[in-house]
Design a protein around this ligand. Structure first.
Ligand code: 5RP
Length: 220
């Protein structure tokens, strides 16, 4: 990503701090945009009690920055969750999972009262699906799920060499026409062997902060 792209991500990441309540436990996602959020959070780490992390990579960064990381099982209520996206619509439907952390991301999004998505303007699209849709699958079901996905007009490609934090595989589905994201998410969730579909539409972001050349744009 160019310095200009990084600056837009940083704008969105910095703006997300406004949603962090003092003394709260906050959810933290994964990816290069979130890494900028973590950097900003570390600068004011005394503001938060702890974090719930969506990946081993983010956990390492948080701990290195002096932020306590808790297990979601030990937290009754989660206020805000900050995470990035690979694609986002103005309706705040997302494709996520480019960093292979989609399962924990979806769990934390489900647990959080407010999901704040941060992205640079290149991520905003009219219709989802140009970015290949990541799907986490149980390894023994990889070929079965891939055959089933072909029936939806998609071209699943195994992300070889990647094992998720949960020990599973990722299929990236190219060429899908996603006209109705919640319906497609619901349908693909039903396939045996699918752990998580990288569509975040049944539980969309509540707030989408977009970093642009002219500052931030907030969709909510
Ligand atoms: C990881 C994700 C990320 O949020 C997504 O890939 C965006 O990453 P980046 O901020 O690096 O563009 O879903 O699983």
């Amino acid at each position: 990503m160019s310095a200009e792209g990084d600056a837009k991500k940083r704008l969105a990441a910095q703006a997300a701090l406004d949603y962090v309540e003092d003394g709260a436990v906050i959810g933290v996602g994964t990816g290069s945009t979130v890494n900028l959020f973590i950097e900003a959070l570390i600068q004011c780490r005394q503001r938060v009690r702890a974090a719930i992390s969506s990946s081993n990579a983010s956990t390492q960064r948080l701990i290195a920055g002096g932020i306590t990381v808790l297990d979601l099982n030990d937290v009754d209520e989660l206020g805000v969750y900050v995470d990035g996206a690979d694609e986002a619509t103005r309706a705040r439907h997302l494709i996520k999972g480019g960093g292979a952390a989609l399962t924990r991301e979806k769990i934390i999004a489900a647990a959080a009262a407010c999901f704040v998505c941060i992205a640079d303007e290149t991520k905003v699209v009219e219709r989802l699906g140009t970015f290949p849709l990541p799907i986490e699958v149980i390894p023994m079901a990889r070929s079965l799920v891939a055959r089933r996905l072909s029936a939806y007009g998609g071209r699943p490609v195994w992300r070889q060499g990647i094992v998720t934090d949960n020990g599973n595989h990722i299929l990236d589905v190219h060429g899908l026409t996603i006209d109705d994201p919640p319906a497609m998410e619901r349908e693909l969730n039903q396939l045996a062997g699918v752990v998580t579909v990288g569509l975040f539409a049944l539980r969309p972001a509540d707030v989408l902060i977009v970093g642009t050349g002219q500052g931030i744009q907030v969709l909510q």
